[in-house]
Design a protein around this ligand. Structure first.
Ligand code: 6GU
Length: 238
């Protein structure tokens, strides 16, 4: 899968992704990240990309020209793809969106900076507006890194064991059950007995109940979306 990023700070994106599992996936060629500085497409004398807002007001606005030209150059080279603009005005990113994005074979992200971007870019080429939550960042770069991480780990071959992404938080709108490793007792704190029993069925039941209990305690807002069985519902009534 290919991720293109149109940004004024390509190193911010590349340096953040070049580690651990995502770094390995890039090395192996399972994913490609192509960070493009749209300043390189500026038509102006000093390669400027922003100007004062019409109507006045504070800050600068990213102009349409360098972004449109960078995008058209990319389409010529790589073909078309969705263009996702990172903005606090967008739809909030979540696991369902990550799964939807992971089904594409190419995605292009556009990072704003300063006060924003000329609205005509959004009107003409942006297909999706995405936010990562209700707070304001200085630019979209950290948001893109987060989104690429969440999408890339869903691509077959990126994670070592492909089932682990199915078992964890949010797959089914339930939080993950607690995990323990050696030693059996650490500073007086014991591992739950059932996990040492070797009784696979009981372990499975305990883990399901822990998932339900945690979701109920920590994220009750998720429960209406979870696919609960009759016995899950019985357990939660208690
Ligand atoms: Cl995607 N971009 C920016 N600049 N700020 C944000 C955001 C994105 N999501 C939340 N705040």
């Amino acid at each position: 899968m290919k991720f293109n990023v149109l940004t004024l700070f390509p190193d911010m994106v590349m340096d953040s992704l070049n580690h651990s599992i995502i770094g390995k996936a890039m090395e192996k060629g399972i994913i490609q990240v192509n960070s493009i500085n749209f300043r390189d497409f500026s038509d102006s004398k000093h390669n400027s990309v922003d100007d004062y807002p019409y109507g006045g007001g504070a800050g600068m606005v990213i102009q349409a020209q360098p972004v449109l030209d960078a995008y058209e150059d990319l389409v010529k080279k790589e073909g078309t793809s969705r263009l996702i603009y990172l903005t606090p005005q967008g739809k909030t990113f979540n696991q369902a969106m990550a799964e939807e994005f992971a089904r594409e074979d190419q995605l292009t992200f556009l990072c704003g900076h300063y006060e924003g971007i000329d609205e005509r870019i959004i009107d003409s080429i942006v297909t999706d507006e995405v936010s990562i939550g209700d707070f304001v960042l200085t630019g979209g770069e950290m948001a893109v890194v987060l989104i690429i991480d969440a999408v890339a780990r869903l691509i077959p071959g990126v994670l070592k064991n492909n089932t682990s992404s199915e078992h964890e938080s949010f797959h089914d709108y339930l939080l993950e059950y607690p995990q323990y490793s050696r030693p059996e007792i650490y500073k007086g704190m014991s591992v739950p007995k059932v996990l040492l029993s070797g009784h696979h069925k009981n372990i499975e039941i305990w883990r399901r109940e822990q998932s339900l209990l945690r979701t109920y305690k920590k994220r009750p807002d998720l429960l209406p979306f979870a696919n609960l069985t009759e016995s899950d519902k019985q357990f939660l009534k208690k």
